[in-house]
Structure formats: C-alpha cells, structure tokens
Design a protein around this ligand. Structure first.
Ligand code: FES
Length: 579
C-alpha cells in the first residue's frame, strides 16, 4: 500500500506536477531560514490565537515558544500559524456569532497546510470550542493547551476577578450603592493579570471539560496563565504533539460518546457554565455524536456539584488549582466516570487518575458525601413554552424563586429592553417574570449572553437582587440569578416564546423540570396566526447571510447545518422549527 505523505510532502498544492509542488514549497519556506534537516522532520502546527484585542490570550506568544521548544526537544518541526481570535467584549454583535467562523478557519487551515499533528492554543470562551470543532472535522491528531485562568486582584481588601465580580459591582453601581469614582477604580482591578476569567465561567468550564474529554494533558485546565508551570505544561504539550505526529491518533479516537459523557458530568460536578452544553453539543456533533438533553439532565441529577467557585460558590480558579485541579474533582466522582476512555497522553482516564498526586487537605472541592449542591446544578426544563428544552443553572439561582408563578413583563428584543428596562414608567414588580424575546441563535443573531437581564433600576434601587428572568439567549457562566435560558425553539423562528404577551402567567417548576405558559391553546393559536418573523437588516450578503441560513438551534449546538458530518434528518438550517 502506498504510504500517506507526511511532513512537508503532505497536502501539496496542485500544479499538475507533485515534485514541482514540493520543490516550490521548499524554496519558499527556505526564505524563513529552515535547513533541509528541519524540513525533513514531522511537522507540528500550532494555532496562534494571539490578538491585541484579546487580553485573555496575552501570553499566547510565550506559550507558542514553549510548545515549539517541546516539539523540537522531541525531534519534530513546529510551525505556528494565525487563526481567528475572539475576546468576549470585542466581538460584535457577540462572540457566539463568530464561533463557527473560527471553527471553519481552524478546520480549513489545518487541512490546507502540511502538518502531522496540531497544538490548539485557546482560552477565551468561544475559542476552545471553535478549536475543538475545527480539529474534530479536520481529523488531524490534535492536542489542546489553554492560556489558563487569570489571578485574582483586590479592591479595598476584597478579592476580585472577572467576571462574576464585574456583574456584582456593576449591580451595586446601578443600585446607587457605589459611585462613579469607585466603579472606575474597580474596573482597573477586575482583570489584574493575563488569562481567562478567574471564576467558573465558560472558559474555565470548557478548559475542565476539555481535560475531562481527554484532549489536554493532565492538570492543564487550572494552571494560572502567568505561572511558570503553565509554560512547562505547554512544553510538555509540544513534546507530546511530536509523538502524536508519528502515532497518528485522530481526535475521533479521543472524543467519543463515553468521553463526551465524562465531560458533561464534569460540567455538572464543577457547577459549570450553561454555555458548555451548547459548545460540547457542537463539538460532539462534528463527530456524529448527538447529545440528548434528557441524558444531560439525568447525568446532572446523578452528579453532585462539588466545586465552591463563583458564581455558584465563593472561590476562584487559582484556588481550584491549589486544591489539585481537575484530578481532585474526578477522584470524587470516579465511580460515575467512563475510566477506559483513551486520553491524548496515551493512557486511559483511569490510569491518569491512578497516577495523580495523592489528595491533600483543601476547602475548594467538596467530598461527594458533602456536596455544594446535591445534584442537578444545571436543570433541563420542558413544557409548552420550551418544547425542545430550556436550561436553568439552579446552583447559581435564588432557592426561593426556583418554584414560581408570575406575570410576564415582555421585551420584544434587545433594543426594546435597552429602551424600556430602566424607564420609571415600566410596570413591573419583583414577583413578575422578565421575558426577553428574539435573542436566540437567529434572533439577535448569534444568541448573545443577554439572558442575565438586569434588574429594572427602580426595583434595584429598592434592593431587589434577583427575579425570574427568561429568554432564548445564553448567559455568561459568570452570572448569578434565577435565569431561564436557551428557550428552544427560539422566538425568531416562531417558537412559543414568540407568543408571550405582557400579563400572561408563566410557571417555573424547577423540581419538576417544567416551564409553562398558562394561556389556553385557542388564544395561542390566534397569536400564532398573527406572528411574523423579525427582519434582519444587512443579511443580504456575507457571513450574516450564511449564518442566518445555516445556524441550528441551541439543542443542536448552534453549529451550521452544513458543517455537521452528514445530513441529519432533524436538522433544519436557518433555525427551522423541528416538530
Ligand atoms: Fe475571555 Fe472571560 S472574557 S475568558
């Protein structure tokens, strides 16, 4: 059998003469000063996600250098290449709108350029899922290195880190508890070092999920971005990538149904971000693995939430690292894990856990017998308002609001909410349910993290800290509140959420997993006849057109229909409602 071309000989550009293609390729790359010896080695590509806009990735250049060192120590040739980089606050209209674009970029650049393995460097929320999605589809052996979490800072003796504290301090400012001068001072202290958000937000959750998935060397999820240990881990990742280049282990051998289940379990055990479900659904979907919401709910009910980190708890990622990182969590839920899953370092998850350092006294990861939250940190809700599901992170909600009936106060869109939320004329009381429509995958578009609807100013000023809030949007993993998210199908494609009007009664029954709109069917049918889809100015061309035509609903990971491995009977691009 003819051997598959490797190293510089793989994926030659078509000039009709392969030898000429290789000659030309070598001639050009020699302009970068490579010797023939270097060019004859296996190649490890490295995604360089540095961007001046992305403070979470400020350390990527030194990580790239450390990875290169590891690759070269193992005798292969490292070559880094740029990919799209996205920071949450610098991705208009929302980074979720761009996640699939980054995934396409990653997939196609891995495919286009010669490499026998690839090191994926990412960190900020959407970058890790985009890297894993792209790598899963490209099929080249891949290993992940995250930038790592930021360290905490302090303000007037109080520990701070992005971004639970960002929201909490901003809520204090809105309520008039602190003045402009103080909130300005706080803004300089919330992100005191490079690295990803320091709490159990989406970046931390995805890092831990990726390590549990087996795509990262042990311990990598929690090492702070600015510690020397992070560079040692990156060097080791480079060394391992060189071995993967020879071993040829494809991502599909690591990311399996069983390892995805481990990752979902970890999301529950760490009290992770609801966003992780959307992202893991998209990553798994690239390999033909479907995630069933009911299975996710069951896994949640079986899995105790153990990690005392904000927003559900009190501590920060650097504390989790000091407590032993993911291994300390996995040890507590060992009996629930698929331990035979192969990890990227060549051992099974069970072998990795057996080799982990012995536990020590710590107060961040609770024992399974004494959890932070007994089970179901994230609960799936269904009902006539969310036939294809909705989520509530009950571990980060007010217990007394988890069972609630209230009158809907409806905002038709983000713009409508911006305009009226703080108006003194808004008729609202703290028993009401704030409803935001048209903020889903198609509606916004891009399903922004707008589910954390601020408490209307006049209620905030009276000391109201939480209310039931409901939308088809997502929520930052760093947010706290009784917030129902990902209502599916979304309003913009005609889901029942589109039919909710001011004054309707909504029933949230978290223990039962129900979300009901208490309006009779005849009235809903009448409203359905009157409903018209929202318009999308500027969607005649370009990426926005592609996005609106192809994006799937939240329960399918918001991937593009054409990026899934094969036609799926149920997937309707453009957010079509599935019966
Ligand atoms: Fe980058 Fe939070 S903004 S991880």
């Amino acid at each position: 059998m003819k051997e598959k071309p490797a190293g510089l000989k793989s994926g030659l550009v078509s000039y009709g003469d392969p030898e000429f293609s290789l000659f030309l390729r070598k001639s050009f790359i020699k302009s970068a000063g490579y010797s023939d010896d270097a060019l004859d080695r296996p190649i490890v590509g490295i995604t360089n996600t540095y961007s001046g806009y992305n403070g979470c990735h400020r350390t990527v250049p030194e990580l790239v250098e450390a990875v290169k060192r590891g690759v070269m120590l193992a005798g292969a040739l490292p070559i880094d290449f740029p990919t799209i980089s996205m920071h949450e606050s610098f991705s208009h209209p929302t980074s979720m709108f761009l996640r699939n674009l980054m995934a396409i970029d990653v997939e196609e650049m891995i495919r286009a350029q010669p490499m026998d393995a690839v090191v994926l460097i990412g960190g900020c929320d959407k970058t890790v899922p985009a890297l894993l999605m792209g790598a899963a589809s490209a099929g080249v052996p891949a290993i992940l290195e995250v930038t790592g979490p930021m360290m905490t800072g302090s303000h007037r003796g109080e520990r701070l880190a992005a971004c639970t504290d960002c929201r909490r301090q901003w809520a204090r400012f809105r309520a008039g508890e602190i003045d402009r001068e103080e909130i300005d001072a706080v803004s300089g202290r919330l992100a005191p070092t490079a690295g990803t958000c320091g709490v159990m937000g989406t970046a931390s959750t995805m890092a831990l999920a990726a390590e549990a998935l087996g795509m990262m060397l042990p311990g990598g999820a929690t090492i702070p971005a600015v510690q020397s240990e992070r560079l040692v881990h990156a060097e080791e990742t480079g060394r391992r990538a060189a071995a993967l280049a020879s071993e040829g282990v494809p991502p599909a051998r690591i990311m399996t149904r069983e390892s995805v289940e481990n990752a979902l379990r970890v999301v529950h055990a760490v009290g992770g971000s609801t966003n992780a479900l959307v992202h893991l659904t998209a990553v798994a979907g690239r390999l033909g693995i479907e995630i069933d919401l009911d299975a996710f709910d069951r896994i949640g009910r079986e899995t105790p939430m153990l990690v005392d980190l904000k927003p559900s708890g009190t501590k920060y990622m650097e504390d989790l690292h000091r407590a032993g990182g993911l291994a300390t969590v996995l040890r507590e839920i060992r009996g629930l894990l698929n331990l035979d899953c192969e990890t990227i370092d060549g051992r099974t998850l069970g072998q990795v856990l057996d080799a982990a350092p012995a536990p020590w006294q710590q107060d961040v990861v609770h024992q399974a017998s004494d959890p932070v939250f007994a089970g179901g940190a994230v609960r799936v809700l269904r009902g006539n308002l969310a036939p294809r599901g909705a989520l509530i992170k009950q571990s980060a909600a007010s217990r007394e609001l988890l069972e609630h009936r209230g009158r809907a106060v409806v905002f038709e869109s983000l713009e409508d909410m911006d305009r009226r939320l703080d108006s003194p004329e808004l008729e609202v009381s703290d028993d009401d349910v704030l409803v935001l429509k048209n903020a889903g995958p198609v509606g916004a578009p891009g399903m922004p993290e707008a589910g954390y609807i601020p408490i209307p100013k006049k209620l905030a000023a009276r000391g109201v800290k939480d209310m039931v809030r409901l939308s088809d949007a997502r929520m930052s993993g760093t947010a706290f509140g009784t917030i129902v998210l990902h209502v599916t199908p979304e309003a913009a494609v005609g889901g029942p959420l589109a039919l909710v009007r001011d004054g309707d009664v909504i029933r949230l029954a978290t223990a039962e997993g129900r979300l009901e709109l208490e309006v009779d069917e005849a009235e809903l049918a009448r409203r359905r006849d009157e409903w018209r889809p929202p318009e999308h100015p500027g969607a005649e061309r370009g990426y926005k057109k592609l996005f609106l035509e192809q994006v799937l609903q939240a329960d399918e990971g918001c991937d593009f229909a054409f990026l899934k491995p094969g036609p799926t009977a149920d997937s309707k691009p453009g957010g079509g409602v599935r019966d």
